[in-house]
Design a protein around this ligand. Structure first.
Ligand code: TYD
Ligand code: MG
Length: 434
């Protein structure tokens, strides 16, 4: 069927073959043998988390992999999912079973050679039949299992092709059960579909303990590892990696590479302080405003929401009285990172105005503030953390919405209430000094 008769969406139907032999009606009720227990009397063992040796990954999962947990890693093709997990496999000094249904052992060997880490504890197993994989895990008793990927797994009793909803549901279900029984942690790779969510049934994300998303711009070398769900920790941490010749390199101080310093003193550049999870990041926002050659001006964005840019342009037009509807506007967030923090708004406005009036904004200025429709600058979260990070990187003037700041800092904190006021001040000072 092309169109859904209830919601009207096109091409949203997925085939699911229902097995007639699997009947639930006649199976007797099996119990786990547990009795209801008072919450405070439940005994736990201390979670002995396994450190993978890749610090950024450990941080994202909450300080290491919990035994018996199942982690799902999703991401675009070619983003580096296989590379990341192979790096885990070779750098971990434990018996790891790397099950690959996508690549031959020879291909994996070649990749491991690029990573340049010799390992005698990583075993490559090329198999897609889930029954065989489970058998192998039971006899082989590895300390970590990596499955690349769940979309290639096949259950011999299910008459659907690998990657279909019923195959993914059944095969991962079996693997999760095994992980819980044996306490062997599992890392599963999942493909994503056109819309960017993990391919297969939504229930897949419900079943696993941790859902990680590996993302980044393909033209760029930086990759962000985010956690969307974590039963053993917070989802606020992110990990940043750089794809280099010999695999993924951890980036522990991301702000330094995101800033070029603008040595030529060019206009159209402003520095924003954004929070990625709980991590403050300094990011360079670049804008180019030029007269439109055609009737309809172009608005091109990279790493920022196009609709939000249109909104900010309308605010500039209306609240600052600046004519911008005849201009082409190009906006780029340096480093190829997609920013979700609305606090970047103020730097976007700054970069656009800077390019429009050809005024240079000193690289010792930093902006953090959400811009509202009336041109007011709205408060942002974790101002102190942002100021601390900015000071560390040599920022001297920090433009933030008015707020209480407890700790003293060397950097000059300038409270801003409205965009028009703020930028008049900045540009007035600049023309006075020039
Ligand atoms: P890969 O892990 O195969 O991606 P995925 O499993 O997510 O589809 O990574 C693919 C890209 O990574 C590949 O296009 C080349 C690049 N790469 C490097 O730049 N350096 C390396 O050392 C490796 C192993 C890969
Ligand atoms: Mg892969």
């Amino acid at each position: 069927m092309g169109k859904c008769t209830s919601c009207g969406a096109w091409n949203s139907f997925q085939e699911e073959v229902i097995q007639s032999s699997v009947s639930t009606a006649s199976t007797p009720i099996t119990t786990s043998g547990h009795k209801p227990t008072i919450l405070s009397e439940i005994k736990t063992e201390k979670l002995n988390r396994i450190a993978t040796g890749i610090h950024e990954l450990d941080q994202v999962v909450g300080g290491g992999i919990v035994p018996g947990s199942v982690i799902l890693l999703g991401g675009e093709p070619g983003i580096g999912k296989s590379t990341l997990l192979l790096q885990v496999a070779v750098s971990l000094d434990k018996k790891v079973l790397y099950v690959s249904g996508e690549e031959s052992p020879q291909q994996i060997y070649l990749r491991a050679q690029r990573l340049n880490v010799p390992s005698n504890t990583c075993y490559i197993y090329s198999e897609t039949n889930v029954a065989a994989i489970i058998q192998e895990i039971k006899t082989f008793q590895p300390e970590l299992v990596i499955i690349d990927s769940v979309q290639t797994l096949k259950h011999p009793d299910i008459d659907a092709s690998p990657g279909s909803v019923s195959q993914i549901r059944e095969t991962t279900n079996l693997l999760i059960e095994l992980a819980k029984q044996t306490h062997i942690p599992m890392l599963l790779i999942g493909h994503i579909n056109k819309e960017g969510s993990i391919a297969g049934p939504k229930i897949l994300e419900h079943m696993v303990d941790v859902v990680l998303q590996f993302e980044g711009d393909m033209q760029n070398v930086y990759r962000i590892l985010r956690s969307n769900k974590n039963r053993f920790g917070s989802t606020a941490e992110i990990g940043i990696f750089e794809m280099v010749q010999n695999g993924l390199r951890e980036v522990s101080n991301p702000s330094e590479i995101m800033l070029s310093g603008n040595p030529e003193k060019l206009s159209g550049v402003a520095i924003a302080s954004v929070m990625e999870g709980i991590r403050p990041l300094m990011i360079e926002v670049q804008a180019l405003v030029s007269t439109a050659a055609y009737g309809t001006p172009q608005r091109t964005v990279n790493g920022f929401d196009g609709k939000r840019l249109n909104m900010l342009l309308a605010i500039i037009e209306k609240r600052l009285g600046v004519k911008i509807y005849t201009k082409d506007v190009f906006l780029n967030i340096a480093g190829g990172i997609r920013v979700q923090d609305p606090a970047i708004d103020l730097a976007v406005v700054a970069a656009i105005l800077s390019s429009l009036f050809d005024f240079y904004i000193p690289s010792s200025y930093c902006f953090a503030g959400e811009v509202g429709l009336t041109g007011e600058i709205r408060s942002v979260s974790q101002v102190e953390k942002r100021i601390k990070e900015s000071t560390k990187l040599g920022i001297q003037k920090m433009f933030v919405p008015p707020c209480d700041i407890q700790s003293k800092s060397q950097c000059n904190v300038i409270p801003c209430t409205r965009v028009d006021q703020t930028f008049r001040e900045i540009f007035k000072k600049q023309s006075a000094t020039e």
